[in-house]
Design a protein around this ligand. Structure first.
Ligand SMILES: Nc1ncnc2c1ncn2[C@@H]1O[C@H](COP(=O)(O)OP(=O)(O)O)[C@@H](O)[C@H]1O
Ligand SMILES: [Mg+2]
Length: 351
């Protein structure tokens, strides 16, 4: 089939179907044609046809780029950041999560017209920022215990220390290296959960088995604070990756113990609800303020850094729980009242 046989209407339909925004502009900077994606991306300026391009791309450098494309007949690529409307490739606007990022390419068609394509790269740009923040967080988290380890090992080399002093410093070193190990193993777990292309092995187990595993891992910690943990299950079957679900509930139980005063009560309940199995961990601890509730599942976010570190926390526990929930097509929810307590509900499909 000859190209021309396709017909004009199909060409137009093809341009309309593109996920990229496409604009046809005249030498005088007027928009002659705009496809559906362009109208959607730049909806605040719609309708686009007939408008001067400067009404959309405010920056002078964009107009210059367009002129140079006509003059030099070459292609220009630009990066654009917009906040309330476009402000150009060199705008440094940090509207923390609200700005949009676009990539744009201008190509001249002939003496009279040029084509501008626009791709929304907001998601990619945001991911890049998240990654940078993560790396700097990890470095910072590892630096704190490492500073203690190197400082106290230096002190250990001093002459004339008593046996008790030596033991005291060695204990601090041990505590801090254990903390580093916890951070690293949490990070490794998170990374392996992130690689979503490898689906974890699922098998049928029961809620009773899961909770008895959780108990064996958390019993000791509960005893050190004289906290009684009450378990309740129904012996129901559930399809899941047992060791991951056990890990998630351990994280919730450890938090319940860590952020509760001594001699209080924690309950861990498994129950079915419709096609879901719910694991509910409730405590009578410090509770979480409204403004922190939405952030506690973020990596390294803690309400009280010192308290978290003191109890051996890495700031990654809940983020691991959230990942494990997602992998199981499940959810994690929290209800909490300051100084009354918290209830975390992990919910996964039964099969
Ligand atoms: N049961 C709870 N009661 C009160 N605060 C909690 C509870 N669980 C979590 N939090 C808060 O959420 C933060 C994040 O939890 P997590 O991701 O497990 O990190 P970590 O416990 O290592 O600090 C904790 O530092 C704490 O401030
Ligand atoms: Mg924790």
């Amino acid at each position: 089939m000859q190209k021309n046989d396709v017909g004009k209407d199909r060409y137009r339909a093809m341009i309309e179907a593109l996920a990229e925004g496409v604009l046809l502009v005249s030498r005088k900077h007027r928009i002659v044609l705009a496809n559906k994606s362009a109208e959607e991306m730049l909806s605040w300026a719609a309708p686009l046809e007939g408008k001067d391009i400067s009404a959309i791309f405010e920056s002078a450098s964009f107009s210059e780029a367009l002129d140079s494309v006509f003059k030099e007949k070459r292609r220009r690529k630009l990066k654009l950041t917009s906040y309330h409307g476009f402000t150009g490739d060199d705008a440094i606007i940090r509207g923390k999560g609200r700005e949009k990022h676009y990539k744009s390419c201008i190509t001249s068609l002939d003496e009279k017209y040029a084509v501008i394509t626009i791709t929304d790269v907001t998601r990619i740009e945001r991911l890049a920022i998240v990654r940078q923040d993560f790396v700097s967080n990890v470095s910072h988290e590892l630096k704190t215990p490492l500073t203690a380890i190197s400082g106290f090992s230096e002190t250990l080399l001093d002459d004339g220390l008593s046996r008790d002093e030596i033991k005291g410093f060695a204990r601090i070193i041990r505590k801090n290296s254990a903390h580093m190990q916890r951070i690293i193993s949490d990070l490794l777990l998170l990374t392996s959960l992130d690689r979503s292309e490898i689906a974890p092995a699922m098998a049928v187990t029961t809620d009773t088995r899961i909770l008895s595993e959780v108990r064996s891992y958390t019993q000791y910690k509960a005893e050190t604070k004289d906290i009684e943990v009450e378990y309740e299950s129904q012996g129901k079957s559930v399809l899941c990756n047992e060791s991951l679900i056990v890990q998630a509930i351990i994280n919730l139980v450890v938090n319940a113990i860590s952020y509760s005063p001594e001699k209080t009560r924690v309950t861990v309940k498994a129950r079915t609800r419709g096609s879901q199995m719910e694991f509910i961990v409730a405590d009578h601890g410090s509770g979480i303020a409204e403004e922190d509730l939405s952030r506690i599942f973020e990596r390294f976010y803690r309400v009280d850094k010192a308290r978290s570190r003191e109890s051996g926390g890495t700031g990654l526990g809940l983020s691991i729980v959230r990942h494990i929930a997602i992998i199981h097509d499940g959810t994690i929810k929290v209800e909490s009242k300051l100084s009354e307590g918290s209830v975390f509900t992990l919910s996964i499909p039964l099969s």
